[in-house]
Structure formats: C-alpha cells, structure tokens
Design a protein around this ligand. Structure first.
Ligand SMILES: Nc1nc2c(ncn2[C@@H]2O[C@H](COP(=O)(O)OP(=O)(O)O)[C@@H](O)[C@H]2O)c(=O)[nH]1
Ligand SMILES: [Mg+2]
Length: 443
C-alpha cells in the first residue's frame, strides 16, 4: 500500500445527513491543496469558515475546516478535516472535486494504518477503534474501550513479558546446561500462563456469544410444533408449518434480539424413524445443531409421551435443555413428571410463549454476565489466544511425558509467533490487510 501520496475519504456515514466530514492526510498535502484551501494563512487546530469553489470560481459549498500539522494529527502526517453540508450528491461532488485535483480516495482503514506506521497508536488500539465503530451493544463497546484506553495492551504486555522470560530461560537451559536437564521445573510457570490464557479465552467466548448470537436449537419429534414455535420466536412466518410429518427437512435459522442479547434460533428436522434419504440427512444436521447449541428447546406435545429416544437426548444434554410441551389448547391438565425446566405453551394460539421467552433469556444470561468485560475484543485476538493456549497445553503434556526439550521449545515458538502478531511486533502484509481492510472508510 502506497503511504507517500495524499489521501481523502468521507469520514461520516453515507446517505442523507446533516453534515459530511472529510479527512485528508499526506506528506505533500500543502502543495496539492494550494489554490483549493487557504492553508498557508490558516492557524493549525483552529476551525475556519470557507467558501469552497471549483477552478472556474463556481461555489461548491460553504464549509468549515481544520488544519493539522505533522506530527500532531490522527495519522501523524499533515492533515485537513473538512465539514460540509451533508447529502449524497453534495458529498460525492466534494469528494470528486478533490480526487480530480490529484488526491487519492483512501482504502478502508488507511488513516489508522498510517497512524500505526507513524507510531501514533498500538495495533490493539487500532483494532479497538474499529470495534468501537462497529459495536452494537454496550458489553462489546466497553471491552473495545478497554483496548482504546490501553488496559488491554497492559495485559498483553504483561503476559508477553512473562512468556518471553520463560522462553528465554528454557532456551538458555537447552544451550548451556551440560547435564541432563530437568524440564519439569518450568512446569508451574507454563501452567500459570496457560491458566490466565484460558481465562481470557473463556470470558471472550461467553461474552461474544451474547453479542454475536447464542445458538438455540428447537428439536423434538415430528409434528410437535417446532416450526410453529420457531416462527413465534423469530416473529415471522419463516419456517413452513403443516400437519404433514417430516415437513422441515433442513435447518432454518434466524438471528433475533431479545432486548440487548442476540440469539440465533434454529428450527430443525423432527426426529423419527424414516426411510427418506433427505429427511435422514436433515436429522443428522439436527444432531449436529444440538451438539453445538448453547441451549436446546426440546419439544413435545400433550398428545405424545416421551419415548426412549427422547429420553436419551434429554439426559445426554440435561444441563442445557429447556423442555417445551406444546398444544396445551388440546389438553389443559397435561403434566410432564420428573423434570424441572419445563414450559407449557401453545405455539399456534400464542399461549405461554412470553414466559418461555423470559426463560430463554434468563438461561442465556446465566451463562455470561452482560456487565462483565472481556480483555479480548476481536475475533483475531481470540484466535491467536486459542493458538497460544494449544501450544502451552501441548508443552505441558510433553513435560509430563518426559519428552525432549527441543519439542517443548518448538511448541513455545508457536506461541511466541502468536504473541508477536497479537501486538504487531511481527506483522506481515497479510495481517495488515486482514485487519485494516475491514475498517470503515475514513477511519
Ligand atoms: N392444536 C394445536 N396445534 C398446533 C400447535 N402448534 C402447532 N400445531 C399444529 O401442529 C402441526 C405441526 O406443526 P409444525 O409447527 O409444522 O410442527 P413441526 O413438525 O414440529 O415443525 C401443524 O398442523 C400445526 O398447525 C398448537 O399449539 N396447538
Ligand atoms: Mg417443522
């Protein structure tokens, strides 16, 4: 990516709006903008009103702008921020006007990328800025803010320091120790690191589930009303409902919000003996959904008793099942004995569904505290920490099996690489484009 030219981008979101903001950044900005904006006699960091005109003197818009002089700017380069009237046509014309004068329209994240190159911010802070702009709920936002204020970097640096000390000691042991080395004395330090890494990974998993969408699967025998309930829960007629058994043959899913938590409901093929190949494939998918779900709504109706197959699933996934008895309009007195988390509803006539919704929400919230914060706030950080965890656990296993030092070192080098790309100490082009290309335009 070229970092020597002058870039421009709208920094406000597209569409009809009150004000459009543009950012311009680059080393030779003054020359390029001469004749367009009166930069020479504009004091830095003071807002100035100006009538923006094209080269023939025709007025484009009345704007205000601020001039920044390197290195005191967001990117660390000379910068200008322009505030114009909003609107699609106006924004496009201003952008095109500057582009026609030799400014390049910036790629997503290019301003922040330059800021990183110029040492204005850390990689973690850069990622947090992207996350702040994209957070849809407060828990996610608060975790990103910890990244912005430097708390996350502190934690990463502390962990990394502990890791490199350990790594250095082990390397030294391998190089200088003359006797048979006793690697088990490193065990406790690796274990402590692994424990902290595990905590970070777990907290992220629990919280991200709340904002990315906890998986909730609706399963049970055919015709008990799974698709009817699914449609009620997602608030639209999404899944086909008929009295014919085996109607739903594939997984139908939809993400919805219950207040501030995201839930992904999946309607599945009913479980029964069947000779139909497609239906059997559907049932296989049902089992896969059940395995990965945070919560299973296992459904039956007042006309059926639970058979052995039902009971097997219920006992296998006991901890994350809510039992739902449907069609209470047909029999008021039906009671399922011997189970504690049971809801009685009529999906068709919308009875008991509000209680069930509350039950679902309470269950999911019991898995993660929406007010807690996660040190990790991006999927990229999470994936790197999962790698670090794997490497540390492997190293522990090798120690326990009295394996050789070289293999431990190779596992730890794996962790070291992940740590380095976490903080940006080692960055290749791919990682850069992987992070910044997803940013908003103008960031
Ligand atoms: N009486 C009654 N019938 C229902 C209720 N919920 C669903 N049904 C009917 O049961 C049949 C099967 O429903 P469906 O949602 O397709 O069940 P699925 O096979 O489990 O997905 C349809 O004829 C529905 O109209 C209910 O609460 N009461
Ligand atoms: Mg169905």
């Amino acid at each position: 990516m070229n970092t020597n030219d002058v870039i421009i981008a709208p920094a406000s979101s597209a569409g009809t709006g009150a004000i459009s903001v543009f950012r311009i950044s680059g080393k030779n900005l003054k020359e390029l903008l001469s004749g367009l904006l009166p930069l020479e006699d504009t004091e830095p960091r003071r807002i100035r009103k100006f009538l923006l005109k094209d080269l023939s003197g025709r007025i484009i818009d009345e704007i205000t702008f601020i001039r920044y002089v390197a290195p005191a700017s967001y990117t660390g380069e000379d910068m200008v921020e322009i505030f114009s009237h909003g609107g699609t046509a106006n924004t496009r014309r201003i952008l095109e006007f500057f582009a026609s004068r030799g400014l390049r329209i910036a790629e997503p994240g290019e301003f922040t990328f330059r800021a990183l190159l110029n040492g204005k911010l850390s990689l973690t802070k850069a990622e947090s800025i992207d996350k702040i702009c994209k957070s849809e709920n407060i828990a996610e936002l608060d975790s990103a803010l910890e990244g912005y204020t430097g708390k996350t970097d502190e934690e990463f640096e502390d962990l990394y320091r502990r890791f490199t000390d350990l790594y250095g000691d082990i390397i030294a042991e391998a190089e200088f120790s003359e006797d048979e080395t006793d690697i088990s004395r490193f065990r406790v330090r690796i274990e402590e690191l692994a424990k902290r890494v595990e905590e970070l990974v777990n907290t992220y998993e629990r919280l991200s589930m709340l904002y990315e969408g906890a998986d909730i699967v609706i399963a049970g025998k055919t015709n008990v009303g799974k698709s009817s309930l699914f449609n009620r829960l997602v608030g639209e007629e999404r899944s086909i409902v008929t009295e014919i058994e085996g109607t739903t043959r594939d997984v139908v899913d939809k993400k919805v919000y219950f207040g501030n938590i995201a839930l992904r409901f999946a309607d599945t093929a009913g479980l029964r003996e069947s000779g139909d190949v497609v239906e059997l494939l559907g049932q296989k998918k049902t089992h896969e959904e059940i395995k990965k779900a945070a919560l299973i709504l296992y459904m039956t109706d007042v006309e059926k008793t639970l058979d052995e197959a039902d009971k097997r699933i219920i006992s296998e996934y006991r901890d994350r099942i809510i039992l739902v008895v449907n069609k209470i309009d047909l029999s008021e007195s039906f009671i399922l004995e011997g189970y504690d988390r049971v809801f009685y509803i009529s999906a068709k006539y919308d009875r008991g569904t509000e209680d069930l919704k509350r039950g679902i929400r309470d269950y999911i919230l019991s898995l993660a505290d929406l007010n807690s914060k996660s040190v990790l706030f991006s999927r990229r950080q999470y994936n790197l920490f999962v790698n670090i965890r794997t490497a540390l656990l492997k190293a522990l296993k090798i120690i326990d099996e009295r394996g050789v030092l070289d293999i431990i070192i190779s596992e730890l080098s794996e962790a070291k690489r992940s740590f380095e790309s976490l903080t940006g100490n080692s960055m290749d082009e791919d990682i850069y484009s992987g992070i910044f290309s997803r940013f908003c335009i103008g960031k």
